[in-house]
Design a protein around this ligand. Structure first.
Ligand code: RP5
Length: 169
């Protein structure tokens, strides 16, 4: 098994469905990752110890998914200078607005890069982490460009399909 270069941290195992998209993206790009359930509130000592040791363990970016009073990204970012990417997770009663506001209100000096809320956030957080890794990895950079090319192709194919459907009405 390759040494993980990205860490995915979730505040609760209930956040896992959001992160399956991230795991899929990392697998398709061949990026080794580790994933942990660590909570800013329920296991603060373990969360901070993990953040403090991540850089020495070879981690280059940390993704944090959390809902409700989503302090996980902030707490992790407070204990490392690695890039931290936050995914706001929706929960009752405020549907993720609570987590989004918690993440985008980091005080100046300790940034958390907050991506799309919810399921799309899992995918985007992984792609963002890959774009960070790609700065010093030309093979990964080329894979990322290829991913964008394919994605554009799929949209153009869908558009052509729609034009055919409209013409044959
Ligand atoms: C947060 O509280 C977690 O990230 C999760 O989104 C939310 C609810 O956690 P559970 O009650 O499902 O464990 O810390």
């Amino acid at each position: 098994m390759a040494k993980p270069v990205v860490a995915v941290v979730m505040g609760s195992k209930s956040d896992l469905p959001i992160l399956q998209g991230a795991f899929k993206v990392f697998d398709s790009f061949g990026v080794a990752f580790t994933a942990r359930v660590l909570s800013a509130h329920r296991t603060p000592a373990e969360a901070t110890a993990f953040a403090a040791s991540a850089e020495a363990a070879g981690i280059k970016a940390i993704i944090c998914a959390a809902g409700m009073a989503a302090h996980l990204g902030g707490v992790i970012a407070a204990h490392t200078t690695l890039p931290v990417i936050g995914i706001p997770v929706a929960s009752e009663p405020f549907n993720g607005l609570d987590a989004l506001l918690a993440m985008v209100q980091m005080p100046p000096g300790v940034p958390v890069a907050t991506v799309t809320a919810g399921k799309a956030g899992g995918k985007n957080a992984a792609l963002y982490a890959i774009s960070i890794l790609a700065l010093s990895d030309p093979v990964l950079a080329e894979k990322l460009k290829e991913f964008r090319r394919k994605q554009a192709e799929q949209v153009l194919e869908a558009d052509a399909e729609l034009q055919d459907e409209l013409e044959s009405r």
